[in-house]
Ligand binder design. Sequence first.
Ligand SMILES: NC(=O)c1ccc[n+]([C@@H]2O[C@H](COP(=O)([O-])OP(=O)(O)OC[C@H]3O[C@@H](n4cnc5c(N)ncnc54)[C@H](OP(=O)(O)O)[C@@H]3O)[C@@H](O)[C@H]2O)c1
Length: 288
Amino acid sequence: MTFEWTQVSPDSLELEGKNVTIVGGTGGLGRALSQFLSSRGAAVTVVGQTFRDSDKEGIEFVKSDLSSMKESLRIAKLLPAEKTDILVFTTGIFAAGTREETKEGVERDLAVSYLNRFVMLRELLPRLKSQQFGVKPRIFNMGYPGDGQAGNVEDFNSEGKYKAMGAHMTTVAANEALVYDVAEKHPEVNIFGLNPGLVKTNIRNNFLGENSWKSSIVEFFIGWLSQSPEQYARGIAPLLVTPDIETRSGAIFNNKGKNIDPSKPLTKELVEKYAVESAKLANKVLGW
Ligand SMILES: NC(=O)c1ccc[n+]([C@@H]2O[C@H](COP(=O)([O-])OP(=O)(O)OC[C@H]3O[C@@H](n4cnc5c(N)ncnc54)[C@H](OP(=O)(O)O)[C@@H]3O)[C@@H](O)[C@H]2O)c1
């Protein structure tokens, strides 16, 4: 059952005193969000590979290659979790045409778009304690929730017959599952899923080829038909701070910030299987 929340104008937001961390805030949707929230007074920390906003006030940069679980854990330990009010995950790529693997033996899309979030949350959850403004710390996990994807948890690391779209749908399902798993096991925080729909960014470069004719055509049409990253950020910013979602942990939202239904295939059992498979891969590398 979906619910409504009261939209307010993004220009009415006053975010002085709010601390926001955006893992993936150096590019695309995370960057647009970081720029908008800081322009409304929030203190924003972004994690990514290339900082493009050194000329903007209110944005701190932490450099990291989050394809590695060891590195993700190291960075999570450095982040100011205790004072973070809002934590957003937007880091991502698309699975490549032929299977790529990180040094830690993980299919690259799974590593960059999902596993670093799983690993960072293990470290950050116990430290997210801010109760500023009387609300619990909030986590927003961006992906493609609500699209009905089950992924393939039986071949979580795409070691069988590889198909880029299949591998990517496993990261999509894992990210949606992560929202429901954390909502169930961690009532001390609120976690939500964000589905931005199709927006013109760099996300498909790995799949279509950066600057390729395929990429130019696809991104041209996406740019023409959909909202820009800046429009998405303005539209979604009021959701991040609305009191109306305080008791709605586990809810997911579409590109207009409307609450949508969870993907049907993601049963409690499947959500748990994703948690178990994620922990197995993390344990292998981190020795947890
Ligand atoms: N755009 C869409 O159409 C669309 C559709 C559905 C879902 N989404 C989801 O929305 C989220 C944001 O995507 P986007 O469109 O904003 O993509 P994007 O423009 O490609 O931005 C991705 C971000 O991830 C960071 N990143 C990539 N590889 C990294 C690595 N190895 N280490 C650290 N950071 C890394 C990038 O940082 P650097 O640039 O600094 O490397 C950038 O900040 C993703 O979860 C994506 O799945 C997007």
